[in-house]
Each structure stands twice: as structure tokens, then as C-alpha cells.
Design a protein around this ligand. Sequence first.
Ligand SMILES: C[S@@+](CC[C@H](N)C(=O)[O-])C[C@H]1O[C@@H](n2cnc3c(N)ncnc32)[C@H](O)[C@@H]1O
Length: 217
Amino acid sequence: MGGRIEERVRHAKVPPLDLPHVLAPFRREADRAPFLEFVAERPLHLEIGFGRPHHLCDLAAQLPDARVLGFEIRRQWVRAADKRATREGLDNLRVVEGDVRPYVEQLLAPKSLDAVYILFPDPWWKKRHHKRRVFQPEFIAMLHDRLVTGGMLIVKTDVEAYADLIVDQLLDAEGWQLAGSSYADPIIASLPRSHREKKCVELGIPTHSFRFVTEAL
Ligand SMILES: C[S@@+](CC[C@H](N)C(=O)[O-])C[C@H]1O[C@@H](n2cnc3c(N)ncnc32)[C@H](O)[C@@H]1O
């Protein structure tokens, strides 16, 4: 399938989910204003690829005064997030079904985010799949621009070689400081665990966690 991601999204045949915590700002004209209103207030936290929404929903419950926005490609997890948000009255949570990149590029203003969470991203090892990786220099630069100075990026993975690659990429990019790693970091320790993280703990699989902070360029 070719073409720009947002064009493909707009012309997708399956209609967007019509659920209280789901917004589809590229697909439903009526969602554009509510989305822009939601992201206009801070603190704003963004989770990319939340999967089973354990961390996303726990974070929204932990931070009732913040707004939490999640992106996920897979519809079943978007539905699951909405279901839990409805059940628990998580009014500070909104989710979008789709690839996060065009939304960050086109709909988030510079310095609008306080924190970004990318937890256990798919490593996409095959060279022809590298373009699917979230960790790409352009996207890292865009996240830096959208985060406030002193904003944080939390990254976790259970793939050691991918952890090395991510850390190298962020340290090679301008404006990122590694502020903490592993559960020894009090902020990392205080965060909810994602589904994959819980599985790793249960199975004794080591995980790598990093907290990066943005510096002014
Ligand atoms: C390995 S799973 C991890 C899920 C969850 N973060 C966890 O720790 O349990 C990666 C998730 O990221 C989602 N994903 C991958 N690329 C994405 C993108 N560009 N935008 C939004 N979601 C994405 C996938 O659909 C998948 O659910």
C-alpha cells in the first residue's frame, strides 16, 4: 500500500470506532476540535504503542490532573483502553487508533508535551522493515520539539541490542540527556508497569529502562 500515511488513514474503509474515549481527528471532522482542545492543556502525557493498556490506564489513574493521550495501531487495544476508561471513569484519557507519527507531526504543537512513553517497541530487525521503527532520527527530533524543555521520554525494552541502539540514537541526537535508568531511578520506579513488562518480570526476562530529559537546543 503506497501513499502518505494520513491519506491512507482518511480513506480507510473500516469506519473509526465510535466510543467515548476514542478520537479520530484525521477521519471524523467532528473529532478535530475535541482533539485539539484535549492536547491544548498541560500537563500532557503521550504513550506510543500502548498495546494492552495496563500502563496507559494506570498512568491516567495515577495522574488525575494530567491529560493522557495514547496511540495504538491495533484496534483491539484501543477498544480495551476505552472499555477500562469508561469503567473507571478515566476522563483524562483519550486514545487514537493509528500510526502516531502523522498526528505528532501535524496536530501537536511545539512544547505541548510533558512526557512521552515508548514501552517495549517492536524492534523490526529486518532492514526492509526499519522504516516501521518508531526510533528514527526524524521522529526523535520531532519528539524533542514537541516536548517542553525538561520534559521526559521513558523508554523500556527487553531486547538488549535494541536498548543499545536506542540509547546511542538519543545520545547522538541533540538535546537529550540520560537522566536515569533501571528501577534504581525513583521516577522509573514510581511508574506503572506495562503488560509486557509484567510478563518479563513474571518470566524472569531482564528489561532495560531509561529516562531521558530534553535540554534546550
Ligand atoms: C511489542 S508491543 C508493546 C505493547 C505495550 N507497550 C507493552 O509494553 O506491553 C508494541 C505495540 O506498539 C504498537 N505500535 C507499533 N508501531 C506503532 C506506531 N507507529 N504508532 C502506534 N502504535 C504502534 C503495536 O501495534 C504494538 O501493540
